[in-house]
Structure formats: C-alpha cells, structure tokens
Write a protein that binds this ligand. Sequence first.
Ligand SMILES: O=C[C@H](O)COP(=O)(O)O
Length: 343
Amino acid sequence: MIGGASVHPLPRSADNTAKPPAPHAGGLSRNPGMPLDLGWLEAMRHINRSALERRVDTLGKRRSIKKEHQAAWLLRALAVMDLTTLSSDDTPDRVLRLCAKARNPLRPDLMAGLGIEDEEITPAAVCVYHPFVSIAAEALAGTGIHVAAVSTAFPHGLAPLPTRIAEIRASVEDGADEIDVVIPRGLVLGAHWEELYDEIAQFRAACGQAHLKVILGTGDLATLRNVTLASMVAMMAGADFIKTSTGKESVNATLPVGLAMVRCIRAYHEHTGIHIGFKPAGGISTAKASLDWLVLMNEELGRRWLEPDLFRFGASSLLTDIERQLEHHLTGRYSAAHRHAMA
Ligand SMILES: O=C[C@H](O)COP(=O)(O)O
C-alpha cells in the first residue's frame, strides 16, 4: 500500500530554491477508476512534441537548485525511491542485502555530517520479482518500507491473462503491498483500448488492497500519442500510479515522455479530483538525473507530487550515486563507488 513510509525534507516552493519545510504526513485514497471514455481519448490525441521538448529544455536551466539545498533534494530522491533488483541472477541473499540497505541506506558518518542521525531515512519501497516477495516482506516487516512486486509476466507481459492475474494474487498473498504490472504493448500499438482497459481493470481487482502501478513500457510505444492514450486508459481502468519503463527496453525513461505522462495525470486530476502517482523508471542512475525529474514534478504538478505516495523513482543503481554526491556535498571529495555498499 502506498503511503505511510517515512518522509523527509523537501523544498517547499515551486522555485526549487527554498529551504526544506516540515514533512508531509498524509496518505491518499485509491483511484477507483472510471468508465472508459473514448471521447476523452480522442480529445487527447493531438500531441505537440516540439512544445514538450522545448519545455523539457527549460527545466533546470531557468531555476537551478541552490547548492545549499541540494542535500535536501537528494534526501528527497532517496525517500521516493523504489530500491530495485530485477536481475536474472537475483538470489535470496541479494534481496536480503538490498533490504538491509533499505533499512540503513546511508552510512552513519554521512548521516552525522548532514545532522540527520536521529531521523529515519529510508527509500519508499523495495522492488523485486515474485519469488523474493516473501523474503523482502519478512526482512522489512515493521519498517514502513513497502514491498513492490513486478508482475503480469514482467517485462513483456505476454503470458495468458489468467496466468498474469494469478501472478498478482500470488504476490499479494506473499506480502507485496504494491504491484507493478506491465501491459502487452501490442494492445497500445493496435489501439485496442477496450481490451487494454479490461485487462488493467482485472489487474486492479486482483490487487485487492495492494496499490497498482501500471508500467507502460514507453520505449516500445513508438509515439508520444501512444504514451498519452495508454496513460489515460490506465488511469481510467484504476491505476494508482503510471510508470514509464521496465528498465529492460532499449529506450528507458526520458523527460519528454515523463512530461507527457505528468500532463495526463494533471488532466485526470482536473477532471476527476483524483491524484494519480508517477514513477519514472529505467536508466535513472545519477543524482543529477534524479534532480531533473524532481524539478519536473515540482514545476508541473507541484510539491504535493514530491511525496512518496505520489512519486517514485524505480532505480537499481541510483542510491550509490546519491551517497557519493552527499559525501561530496559534505567533504568536497568523491569517494570510489565501491565504498558504497550497493556499488
Ligand atoms: O522498475 C525499475 C527498473 O527496472 C529499474 O531500472 P534500472 O535497473 O535501469 O534502474
């Protein structure tokens, strides 16, 4: 379930320069979904790619994050992270090490240097394949760190529908409270919107109380129009989050695609009053990239969408660079990546 994990300071205003305020503590109700509205889809078809690209170009240029606030933003990036391992050679030991890292993501000397040794700093969730869900759930019990399972024949989504639905149920049964499903990209490429809607609605039902994140596999979708229409269908069908990529496509999360998706989230919110979360994932491995995404969220959707119940990074190696940058912030020096436990 999304919400409830520890939250950390973040800049207050949309100018990306203000000091961190008190943490926000609220949780959210689920997205109940709505009937498939083909007329609304029709109205969303016209995408101005160059306008989106121009907007992305302005991010971070017009208003850069002040140096003295960078550490707070990096801690925010950590707090909204789904710390992920999705490798073919994953083992129970690796997942246990990842969970230990999630419980204590920063070295004690960094925590002390930043003056946050008394705070609970954790990523929002650990994200794993189904066979490791029960191990992660046990290792993270009582921490408030969520357990996310990738599901529905990740990364391609090409197993029979009953198999994919059974996989969701099995992961929920094993203790996952967030389910990251993939869609069959062919349903988007063939404009089979009713079928896509029905599948996602069934995924939503199978999740029960677990929150549903819908991975679009944007690198496979060919056009920003497809990304937009798939985002809208996913939200109408009951997605609590929409997520860019699996990390396995040849094109990962990009800012123009992210911008198109957050504008869909804004449109859905304006139309229904419902807050949908956003999870860029795949290839986000540097602190600098994470700041670009945070600025995008802050400027496009506002501060509310910087909380872990509405924003996540899916990332397997980002934490290592965040630690390095925090160390640099404190000491003016970079240490070797191997000094950081996830390297
Ligand atoms: O959902 C998370 C992604 O699979 C992580 O991708 P990454 O390994 O490129 O960070």
